[in-house]
Design a binder for this molecule. Structure first.
Ligand SMILES: [Zn+2]
Length: 225
C-alpha cells in the first residue's frame, strides 16, 4: 500500500476490511487491473480485470457523499488559499488543507461511516459474499492512490471533477481580485513575507466575515445502482 498523508487517513477505514481481500485488491490495483471508470451520477462503475484470465468483474462504488452542489464553495476555499492550489499542482497534500477538510467533515477524508456506506452500497459481479470484495477495494484503492498524487482528484469521490473545480477556482479568484481592487480591502489572501495572510483559523472565529458555514454533505443512503 502506497503511503502518504492522504492514504494514511484511509488506514483506519481499511483496517476494518478483510485483510486477504485488501492484499488481493492491492495487487489488482498495482497491476492496473482497474479499468473503465465511469461516473453515473450516484457513483462509479468500473471494470476490474483478472490477470491471466479473460474474466472481468463489473464493480459499482457509491459516491462517498454528494458535494456536486458545493463545487463553488470548494473552489472559493482554493481561491482564498492559493498555497493549497499550488500544492495540488505540485502533486502534494498540504497538511493544513487536509486538516481543514477533516475539520469540516468533508468526506473526501473518510470517517467511521465511510466503511459502513461502502459495505452497504458497493456491488460487484464476482461470487464473493462480502460486498467489500477484492474488486470493489481495488477500485477504491485506485481512487485513493490517484488522490494521493493529485489532491483535488479526491473530490471525484464526492461528485466533483478536477477540471470543473479548477474552472470554478479561476472564476472565484477573479471575483476575489475584483473585490480587493474595488474596495481596497486587504483581507483577501496576499503573500506577505512568504506566508499567506489569510488563515482558516481566523476565518472560522469571525462569523461575520466567514464566507460559508460548514458545508453539509448530502448523503442519500437509499441510492442504489
Ligand atoms: Zn468482486
Amino acid at each position: 500500500m502506497k503511503r502518504g498523508p492522504y492514504a494514511s487517513r484511509w488506514e483506519p477505514v481499511l483496517a476494518e476490511v478483510d485483510k486477504s481481500h485488501l492484499r488481493a485488491a492491492t495487487r489488482l490495483a498495482m497491476s492496473g487491473a482497474v479499468r473503465a471508470r465511469v461516473w453515473d451520477g450516484d457513483g462509479w462503475r468500473a471494470v476490474v480485470e483478472r490477470s491471466g484470465t479473460r474474466r472481468a468483474f463489473d464493480v459499482w462504488l457509491p459516491k462517498l457523499a454528494d458535494y456536486a452542489g458545493h463545487a463553488r464553495d470548494v473552489a472559493r476555499w482554493l481561491a482564498m488559499r492559493p498555497d493549497w492550489l499550488a500544492a495540488h499542482y505540485a502533486g502534494e497534500w498540504d497538511e493544513s488543507f487536509l486538516e481543514f477538510l477533516s475539520a469540516h467533515q468533508v468526506e473526501v477524508v473518510p470517517t467511521r461511516e465511510t466503511v459502513v456506506r461502502l459495505r452497504a452500497l458497493s456491488t460487484c459481479t464476482c461470487e464473493e459474499t462480502d460486498p467489500l470484495c477484492p474488486h470493489v477495494l481495488a477500485v477504491l484503492l485506485a481512487f485513493i492512490w490517484e488522490a494521493e498524487g493529485s489532491p483535488l482528484a479526491a473530490f471525484r469521490m464526492v461528485g466533483i471533477e478536477v477540471e470543473q473545480l479548477l474552472d470554478l477556482v479561476q472564476e472565484e479568484t477573479a471575483v476575489l481580485a475584483g473585490a480587493a481592487g474595488a474596495s481596497g480591502r486587504t483581507d483577501v489572501p496576499e503573500a506577505s513575507g512568504g506566508l499567506w495572510a489569510w488563515s482558516p483559523e481566523e476565518w472560522w472565529e469571525d462569523a461575520a466575515v466567514r464566507p460559508l458555514g460548514r458545508i453539509r454533505p448530502v448523503v442519500r443512503s437509499e441510492i442504489r445502482p
